[in-house]
Design a binder for this molecule. Structure first.
Ligand SMILES: [Zn+2]
Length: 457
C-alpha cells in the first residue's frame, strides 16, 4: 500500500481509513491494519475529490507572476523605480513583464530608452491600450533572429528598435521558445487542492500544448492537464485533448454558418466544441451555430458572461455545458455595476438559474483574468458579493455544496456527474483541516491540508 489516510471524513460514508495503491483507492474501512509507505492522520477532517479548474490560462498565469503594473505612474522617475523594484523581486534571468504603460509617463519607449533603465534581464512593456510592446535588447535577443513581420519596427540597419505593433500572435509564438516557469502555479495548485486543470489558451496548437506539458513536468507538476486547442486535427500526445476552442471576435462576429462548419469539423474528429461567449452578441452567434451544426455531449459555452433567460433555454435545449467563473463577480463586480447596462446586470455570469433549468454548469478561474483561488470563487458563487460588498444577482446564488461541486466535475464532461471518493477510483484527492460541514461554512483555501495526486501527497 502506497498511502493510508486515517480517520478521514468521506461524504456520505463517515469517518474511515482510506488505503491507496498504484494511484487508486483500494479500500475504505473503519480501521485498516495494513502497513503503508506513507500515512497521514486526518483526525476526522474531510477528504474530498481534488478540485479541477475547468478553464485557465497557465502560461499567462505564470507570466502574471512576473508582471508589474505601470498604470497610473506619474513620470519617468516613477517608471524607473517601478521597474527596478520589480527587478529586485525576480530571480535572475527571469523575464520582466510590465503592463499598462502610457506614453504620457515617459514618452515613447523602445530599446534605447529601456536599456539604460534595465539591461540585465529581458524586459517587455505592454502598452495600456494593448497591441503595442516595447522591448529592451535582452528581450529582443530572446525573440530570436529575423526575418520579422511588419509590426516589428526596424532601424535603418535592419535591427529591431524594440517597438512591436499589432503582432501579438507572432510575439506569443516566439516567446514560447522560452516559456515562463510554472513553479509558482504548481505550488498554488498544491495550496488550493487542485488535482487537474483545463488550459483554454487561444493560441494552443499541438506545438504550444507540448511546450505547456513539458513546462508542467519541469515544474514538477503532477496535476493532469486537459488542453483545448484551436484545430480539430491536433493530436494531443502526453496530455488529454479537450474540445476545439472557438473564439468569436465581438467586433466581427461573422456568419454562424462558418462557425457551424468549425463545430462540425470538431465533431467529425470526435471532439466537442467550446465557444468563448462573454457578450450577448457572441452568445447569439454561438447558439445559432450550434443550432445549425447540432450539439453533442461535452460542447461548451466558455464564460457565459451574459446569458438572458431566452438564451438559457436554448442552452438547455441544446444540452450545452456552461463553464462559468464566479470569481469575476467578486473581482470585477464593482466595475460591472458601473459599466454594464443596468438592464443587462441581472444576467451577468448566471449560475443558480442555469442549474435550476438543469443545465450542466462547471466552475473555473479563467486565471490570470480572475483569481486562481477556487475557494474564493466558490465563496463568490455563494454570496455573489463584489469587493465593495454589493450583491450582484442575488437570484444566482447557490448553496456552498453546489459551489464546491462546480470544481468536482469530470474534465471531459464537467458540470454533470461529480468525481467521488470511492474504492476503485483514482486517488486524486484534497485533504482538509476540518470536517465537511465546517469546510462548507468557510470555503477557504486555508483549510486545505494536503493535495493528493494519483496517490502521492
Ligand atoms: Zn479564458
Amino acid at each position: 500500500v502506497q498511502l493510508i489516510v486515517r480517520n478521514a471524513e468521506v461524504e456520505g460514508v463517515g469517518v474511515v481509513d482510506v488505503a491507496i495503491r498504484d494511484g487508486r483507492i483500494v479500500s475504505m474501512e473503519a480501521r485498516i491494519s495494513a502497513h503503508a509507505d506513507d500515512e497521514i492522520d486526518a483526525r476526522g477532517a474531510a477528504l474530498i475529490p481534488g478540485l479541477w479548474d475547468h478553464h485557465v490560462h497557465l502560461f499567462a498565469l505564470a507570466a502574471s507572476h512576473h508582471s508589474v503594473s505601470l498604470a497610473g505612474l506619474s513620470d519617468r522617475i516613477a517608471l524607473v523605480d517601478a521597474l527596478h523594484a520589480a527587478d529586485r523581486r525576480l530571480p535572475p534571468g527571469v523575464p520582466l513583464r510590465a503592463v499598462g504603460y502610457d506614453d504620457s509617463v515617459a514618452g515613447s519607449l523602445d530599446r534605447s530608452v529601456l536599456d539604460p533603465i534595465l539591461s540585465g534581464r529581458p524586459v517587455r512593456v505592454q502598452y495600456r491600450t494593448g497591441g503595442i510592446w516595447a522591448l529592451n535588447s535582452a528581450a529582443i535577443i530572446e525573440l530570436g533572429p529575423g526575418p520579422y513581420p511588419p509590426g516589428v519596427l526596424l532601424n535603418a540597419d535592419g535591427t529591431p528598435t524594440g517597438r512591436i505593433v499589432r503582432s501579438d500572435d507572432w510575439l506569443r509564438h516566439r516567446l514560447l521558445a522560452s516559456p515562463p516557469r510554472l513553479d509558482r502555479v504548481a505550488a498554488d495548485c498544491e495550496r488550493f487542492g487542485i488535482i487537474g486543470l483545463t488550459d483554454t489558451s487561444v493560441t494552443n496548437d499541438d506545438d504550444a500544448a507540448h511546450i505547456l506539458r513539458d513546462a508542467a513536468r519541469a515544474a514538477g507538476m503532477r496535476q493532469e492537464l486537459l488542453i483545448l486547442t484551436g484545430n480539430a486535427r491536433d493530436r494531443g500526445r502526453g496530455y488529454r485533448l479537450g474540445p476545439v476552442k472557438i473564439v468569436l471576435d465581438d467586433d466581427r462576429l461573422g456568419d454562424p454558418a462558418d462557425i457551424a462548419r468549425v463545430i462540425a469539423d470538431a465533431h467529425a474528429a470526435d471532439r466537442a466544441a467550446a465557444i468563448h461567449c462573454v457578450t450577448l452578441g457572441e452568445l447569439a452567434v454561438a447558439l445559432a451555430a450550434f443550432e445549425q451544426a447540432g450539439a453533442r455531449r461535452g460542447d461548451r459555452i466558455e464564460h457565459g458572461g451574459l446569458v438572458t433567460p431566452d438564451a438559457a433555454e436554448s442552452i438547455r435545449d441544446l444540452g450545452l455545458t456552461v463553464v462559468t467563473q464566479p470569481g469575476f463577480i467578486a473581482d470585477r463586480g464593482d466595475r460591472y455595476r458601473a459599466q454594464v447596462d443596468p438592464s443587462d446586470q441581472p444576467y451577468l455570469y448566471p449560475c443558480g438559474s442555469l442549474q435550476a433549468l438543469g443545465i450542466a454548469v462547471a466552475g473555473s478561474s479563467d486565471a490570470p483574468y480572475a483569481t486562481f483561488d477556487p475557494w474564493a470563487a466558490m465563496r463568490a458563487a455563494v454570496t455573489r458579493q463584489t469587493r465593495d460588498g454589493f450583491v450582484l444577482g442575488a437570484h444566482e446564488r447557490i448553496a456552498p455544496r453546489a459551489a464546491l461541486g462546480l470544481w468536482l466535475g469530470r474534465p471531459e464532461d464537467p458540470g454533470r456527474a461529480e468525481r467521488r471518493v470511492a474504492v476503485g477510483l483514482s486517488a486524486d484527492l484534497c485533504l482538509l483541516h476540518r470536517p465537511f460541514a465546517e469546510m462548507l461554512e468557510a470555503l477557504s483555501a486555508d483549510l486545505v491540508r494536503a493535495t493528493i495526486v494519483r496517490g502521492a501527497l
